[in-house]
Design a protein around this ligand. Sequence first.
Ligand SMILES: Nc1ncnc2c1ncn2[C@@H]1O[C@H](COP(=O)(O)OP(=O)(O)OP(=O)(O)O)[C@@H](O)[C@H]1O
Ligand SMILES: [Mg+2]
Length: 959
Amino acid sequence: MQPTIPIDHGLSDKVLGKPELLPVASGMPLLTDIQFEALEAGVARGESLLVSAPTSTGKTLIGWWTVASAIEAGYTAVYLVSHRALAKQKFEEAKRLFLGDFLAYDRSAIVCATGDSVEDAAGRKTNAPLSSVILVATYEKFLGCLSVGGPPRDLTNICFVCDEVQLVGDKHRGQNAELLLTLMRRAGWRQFVGLSAVLSPGDAQALASWLGIGLIRNPNREKALTIECRTPLATLSVSAGPGFEGLQQQGPPSRSRDVMGVIGELLQQQRNPVIVFCMKVDDTFDLARTWAQSRPAIQIDAPAGVDVEQPLLDALRRRTAYHNAELTEDERLFVEDRLASGQVDVVFATSTLAAGVNFPLGSAAFASWKRWDFDRQMHVPIGRDEFQNMAGRVGRMGQAIAKGHVVLTADGVQESRQAQALMDLTTQAPLGLGITPEHFGTLTLQIFAGRLCTSREDAFDLIGSTLTASRERERNLAGIDHWRDKLFSQIDRLVDIGCLIELHGQITVTTFGVAVAHSGLKPETAIFFIEGLKRSSAQLTQLIDRAGNGTSEDDFVFVLSHAAIRSPEFGIVGGKATRILNWRIGRNGPVPNPYATRLNPILFDQPWVADAGAANGALQLTEWAAGTARGQIEKIVAGVRLGTVQGVARDVSWVLTGVSEIISSVTSPTLADESKPIALRGNGEDVQDVRRLARAIRRQSIRLGVGVPSDVLWMSELRLPGLQSRLRRDDIMSLRRGGLSRPMDLMDGSDQADERRRIALGLQERGGIANLIRNAARTWRQDDRNHSKTMHLRRADRLMLRDQIAALYEKRGTDLEQAFSISLGGLGIPCQPLDVTGRQGFPDFLVSIEDFIPIVVEVKSKVSDQETVPLNAATEVLAASELAGLRNNPCLTLCSPGVDPSVPTFIEAAKRLCVIDVSDFCEAILRLHEGTLTRGGFYNWLTTPGIALAEALPSPATR
Ligand SMILES: Nc1ncnc2c1ncn2[C@@H]1O[C@H](COP(=O)(O)OP(=O)(O)OP(=O)(O)O)[C@@H](O)[C@H]1O
Ligand SMILES: [Mg+2]
């Protein structure tokens, strides 16, 4: 530790005055060695650095200094992390550190982007993550954000923090990270700070010089850590700590060598809580049960409204827990909360509690440290980097206990050797190779979509500039020549599939290619969906046409879920699988499946019984999306927990979001036929039908994220004050069962309505929440609208358009019609009034954008901000257009303040109708003025059937 900061530290007074950003002890700054060195090397003065230091040396803070300096200097900051859970943790931390002091509580300024969602600090979805001031993102998602069309991005205004940067060498997930760094290296950055605990000196040097940045490395731990291996003959231990490294000792054999005995000992030594690392999910359950059996029980209940499975509750009553990827979100938070508040003695965990996270743990034991290797058909030790990252969860600063202690056991000579290799804290595993030529598929598309290359040779050069390539060249004389053929065959494949076009050696990316690259899906998945949707288009549109009928909506989500699980994302077509279906789902064959039986003819892949995983999984997802209670869902396939179903729902939702984006972009009427995928050329009814499905698919993907039917999906956006910030799924379903689905039902303040809500929610001890819900429903969307209004007026000022935008937000009735027409007039878009005197029932306007078929428009408004435009008013334009003889034109209803949220299904069912809220319309108008939305994109957005949301606007190509 260093009780001072370097003279030339570069930190601002604001940072110096904030203890969370500058730890102090007895009035003096107290930095870890690596933190001191990082400041000395200029991390707060814009220097780019690779920081390599053991676990728990406070690397995160080095990242936050980078962020603070960046935003104070007017740049933006991007904090990249390896996985979703870490993104959430860092996002919360960023909000705590920066929102007030640095960003004047502008909640739109911090955004978190993961495969699940892109949301700002107010929980609002956004499609312009790159316009935020601080973006926390996973490597994979950020790569997707970059590959939106347009000229190569200039990243020189961004300061990057790349946490867990050793990900570039990860066998499974390294490719995206490495490609991303390659692109960033080309496009340039303001500052680059990489952080890692597990790089060897050689690899750290190689990575730093490839990036062209400085390296600081300090192998010193800030807090002591001892790893002890118990063999039948001896106890071998290795310690490291401040000032010493790799101290080895050998002692007599230990008393206990079985994991239960080890845990008992650790507890006796008051090294609690103990984390027990397990290699299999099942072990976490089984061992927790065995351990808990012998422990005394105390009474605890899950907090009201939190759904925790009985076995977990039973374990927690005995101060025991398990933590793995099969827990639900609620359960995981509950366990972490109890752990943090000292109410758990032992937690059995898989690596979900490993890289980069901070918990107050006392010691660790390894139940096992080998995994089954399918290729080699044997158990093999985990990698040293993984082991070190796991062991590094203890012996962390901030943990009460003075020293971290880790125990593992080994039998026999060979195992002891393997264990000792893992325990060696002075050396690190060599970095793997992120890129393998077998998997050039996505890589190749991303390169061209990012407009970084225009020819085969260019692409080869670019791939030749990756870290892996430079290391390959060092390793063998032939270098990467053998990559050329593999790359070229991928280019051929992408040309065949319609993502790229090659003309006289010049390669360009198609609209389809850009959309696919942005979604992160394999092109094969897009084709699989396009063909499947087209084949079943008539039946599928019928399903959405029976709007308001819950059964048909569930049928629709079943077909889509089945397709997603059958799609190449879950298989090896077009490169290795990007998503894996939990093995429990299909292991015992197909379960009785009324949906599959009934819908078999329109499934994209048949017969359904051929794939138990897809059929069972789709059935579970359908029940989840229908709001079915947990008990029922878990009964469908024995052993499959709700947490697993939620995990699959997340993956499927990701696939469907991508599919929906791709479809809306490649079916645009503004696109030349020749540039569409072959299946979507021509103007046949099936092609029109596929287009109509785009927004319906998007909504199903949102539904899968929440797990409730469409008509009450809006309730999941209600924000409640206090701890429980969102309405829970069970509450939403209870209200729905009580016949309370519309905003009006929740807003009504009469005694009768109050009573109905209380009865529906079954409230005794949770009294008060009924009123909170009423208040939340009243301000529902108003807060959002006020926020957008403020932001939009700010942008409008810069464009000298304040009056226009203010009028759109504030005017109602015929004044609003006028404001609408003026706003389009300002863009040179003709807006011809149709409801002139004497033409009763005619629509308001006919809007002509370029030479596309003109749009019939009705403007509908409600005087009170609390009211919404009801369904019948929102659809009136259809009849009006017929009256005016425009029955084949697309129709649009502009709603102020907004449309009733419980009707999206009905709107999608009306074939040529698009409905839009004023605030979303303003976003589009501003983007047109700012030049980040094309007229074609605008037209496409306004004519895709359904509700047009700002977040579904084509992403801006430039900031
Ligand atoms: N200067 C400091 N003094 C005291 N505690 C600190 C200091 N800097 C950081 N910490 C605390 O140390 C703990 C570990 O920090 P951090 O998570 O940044 O470690 P890390 O180096 O990123 O480790 P890993 O490689 O495991 O991710 C945190 O609880 C953090 O609050
Ligand atoms: Mg870290």
